[in-house]
Design a protein around this ligand. Structure first.
Ligand code: C2E
Ligand code: MG
Ligand code: MG
Length: 426
């Protein structure tokens, strides 16, 4: 929360605080000139690294020089204030928008005669209309846009506020706030998508995928998983899913059905927790599920960060007879070393390697062929995800992969539909 009362001049940088900024907004509204200005909130990228490299005093010097350069670039008609740390707010004349954008994209700033550092910023910008403005609307707008620009997933370092952005932010807050209630109400459902053996067209496994049934609407994971991944909520959700899967497996086993191995997705957030393995085992053993029926999927994007913790978890799973798979292989930046160093059992190749998908090209085809060859040489099970057409199916078989998952066979199915496929043992 921004403290709107702070007004003091910042000692370190000799720059005004947020109180001054808000007063300027009020003044511009009062004289009817707010529509001539844009508002901007920006954050200096990686400034803590610059501070570590140069020391605090030189860091401050660099920050001041960056701001001096900015003020020079955008001309006299502006108000620049510090929110705190490396966060700043700015009112600028609309005519200097191009200069501002250009400058924030990045500049070489001299530390002394023979040393310089590159400083750039992520920023949220609001081009203010003439009417209907107040300080709260303006601060909310630039904060929402700046948050979106700073988001790790964001490709744009400068984001303009518009209403859609506001709605997206509100929706995210809502999804975040109702989580505990939704878990309690059992609104999250397990859908099962079959995995098929392409030699005999029998189902050999299934992936558990989460669906959120909220206000009689089915919300897809693309909307809520990224929100829950920003907090510990995702860990709670993943364990909830694992527990539901174990409950289903226990019921199917008790009913005498032929069950298949079910894979559960685990977010990267779990890797920070030393107890992840024991939590997984505790849930599986609570329902007395033979470990061979559980597989844990970890996305490839998790690999770069915590290689040691991934390795520890995969080894622990293996020691306990639980398979681990590399999900979405080919979309992140993992090295082949990562495949060698941890005892994975399954490689799941992303659908972007299939023809007819946006990213597909001849180079990808060649990679697919060789990745399948490496996987089988190294003794992994290999499965291609997102198979939708017969042509795709034939193509992966030609490349010697004999497991597939995708709409060509089945979409993720609600439990009642899925379990009809599990025949009773003779
Ligand atoms: P994923 O683990 O890679 O799951 C495969 C996704 O591909 C699923 O999307 C599935 O419905 C979709 N898919 C399967 N076959 C086809 C096909 O033929 N064509 C196309 N276009 N798509 C296909 P879904 O269910 O929307 O899930 C998206 C992602 O959300 C999952 O990708 C996974 O990363 C995440 N997710 C889903 N459930 C959970 C969960 O319980 N925990 C965690 N941490 N992540 C989950
Ligand atoms: Mg998966
Ligand atoms: Mg996948």
């Amino acid at each position: 929360m921004i403290d709107y009362t702070v007004n003091a001049e910042d000692e370190e940088l000799q720059i005004n605080g947020i109180g001054y900024f808000l007063n300027c907004i009020d003044d511009l509204i009062e004289i009817g000139e707010i529509g001539l200005f844009g508002a901007c909130r920006f954050n200096l990228k990686n400034f803590s690294i610059i501070n570590d490299q140069l020391g605090r005093d030189n860091g401050t010097k660099v920050m001041r020089r960056f701001l001096d350069g900015l003020e020079l670039k955008i001309g006299v008609d502006h108000v620049l204030c510090r929110l705190g740390g490396d966060n700043f707010v700015l009112l600028f004349h609309k005519a200097s928008l191009d200069q501002l954008r250009y400058y924030l994209t990045g500049q070489d700033i001299y530390v002394d005669e023979d040393e310089s550092v590159y400083v750039s910023a992520s920023a949220g910008i609001f081009m203010m209309p003439e009417n209907g403005m107040n300080r709260h609307i303006i601060m909310d707008a630039i904060s929402v846009a700046a948050k979106s620009a700073k988001d790790a997933e964001s490709q744009d370092y400068i984001v303009f506020y518009d209403h859609a952005l506001y709605e997206k932010d509100e929706r995210e807050k809502y999804i975040h706030n109702v989580f505990s209630q939704a878990i309690e109400n059992k609104e999250f459902k397990v859908y099962y998508q079959p995995k098929v053996n392409l030699k005999n067209y029998m189902m050999t496994g299934a992936e558990a995928l989460c669906r959120w049934v909220h206000n009689e609407e089915v919300v897809s994971p693309g909307e809520f998983i990224p929100v829950y991944e920003k907090s510990q909520a995702i860990c709670k959700l993943d364990f909830y899913m694992l527990e539901q899967v174990c409950k289903d497996l226990r019921r199917w086993l008790d009913e005498g059905r032929q069950v298949v191995r079910v894979s559960v997705n685990l977010s990267r957030r779990h890797l920070r927790n030393q107890k992840t393995l024991s939590n997984i085992l505790e849930i599986i053993d609570k329902y007395d599920i033979p470990h061979k029926y559980i597989e844990i999927e970890l996305t490839e994007t998790t690999m770069d960060q915590n290689f040691d913790s991934i390795k520890r978890l995969v080894v622990g799973l293996k020691d306990n007879g639980i398979a681990a798979s590399v999900d979405d292989f080919g979309t992140g930046y993992s090295s082949l070393n990562m495949l060698r160093e941890a005892p994975w059992e399954v490689l799941k190749i992303d659908r972007s390697y299939l023809p007819d998908t946006k990213k597909y090209d001849e180079k990808r085809h060649s990679m697919l062929k060789h990745v399948i060859a490496i996987a089988s040489d190294m003794g992994f099970e290999c499965i291609v995800e997102g198979v939708e057409t017969l042509e795709q199916l034939k193509m992966i078989k030609r490349n010697n992969c004999f497991m597939a998952q995708g709409y060509y066979f089945d979409k993720p199915l609600p439990v009642e539909e899925f379990e009809e496929k599990l025949i009773y043992e003779q």
